[in-house]
Design a protein around this ligand. Structure first.
Ligand code: ADE
Length: 227
């Protein structure tokens, strides 16, 4: 059974190009994943189909009402229980470990906010995890949901041509990864390191390991203790 991502968003059209491209498109075609998009505006109780309202307390911006989100999720979860992830800068920062932890589920609900925030009661009642892409504010959770779908989809067995390319991906095992080269051997007077052309796989693995350590130490010293 494919891993099903149930996406709740006010902008389902934002996913079009993404779902039609590259590994995510192929994973859908090969029935490794399925992505269902629902617009929670369809669950509003008011005749103007408004989903947002002014915040209590007189703050700036708008807040998405709890009712359409609560009812949309209720209907989606009627088909079977699943984790509900809400994307917000207030969530825990996304990393490879989190993607790996979700890669074994068969259904995941992704809730994308927009405008200022989602009514806290919808978060309290419905959401099982909150995830942030980083310490910056985007206009909505759609980009974060796409990042999440991409990162989890490529971990599905068979999604990549060569599973080794996922295993040796940056972060999985080797910190930031190592520098890569392809033909030609010399480009703008810069040569491919000799060791990569000599075919000694043990030496090459050692080189790659050392390079990965250097990359990680110089660029992301915060990661060195984790690898
Ligand atoms: N929605 C708005 N900003 C976000 C962020 N940084 N991460 C995840 N979702 C968001």
């Amino acid at each position: 059974m494919p891993l099903c991502f149930e996406v709740l968003t006010l902008f389902p059209e934002a996913f079009a190009g993404f779902l039609d491209s590259s590994i995510v498109a192929r994973a859908q075609k090969n029935r490794l994943i399925d992505v269902r998009l629902s617009n929670f505006r369809n669950w509003t109780a008011n005749k103007h189909k408004n989903v947002d309202d002014y915040p209590y307390g007189g703050f700036a911006g708008m807040v998405i009402q709890a009712q359409p989100v609560y009812e949309a999720l209720g209907q989606i979860l009627d088909d079977g229980n699943a984790p509900v992830i809400y994307f917000t800068p207030q969530g825990r920062p996304l990393n490879q470990r989190i993607l790996e932890s979700y890669s074994t589920y068969d259904r995941i609900v992704l809730l994308c906010g927009h405008y200022k925030e989602l009514d806290q009661r919808a978060r309290d009642l419905c959401v099982s995890d909150e995830i942030s892409l980083g310490d910056y504010v985007l206009s909505g959770g759609e980009l974060a949901a796409m990042v999440f779908i991409d990162g989890v989809s490529r971990l599905q067995p068979g999604a990549l041509g060569d599973i080794d390319s996922a295993r040796s991906d940056s972060f999985s095992q080797t910190g930031l990864g190592f520098p890569c080269y392809t033909r030609p051997e010399v480009f703008m007077e810069l040569s491919v390191p000799d060791i990569l052309r000599q075919g000694n796989h043990q030496e090459i693995a050692k080189w790659a390991n050392e390079q990965a350590k250097c990359f990680t130490q110089s660029r992301r010293p915060d990661l060195t203790s984790k690898h």
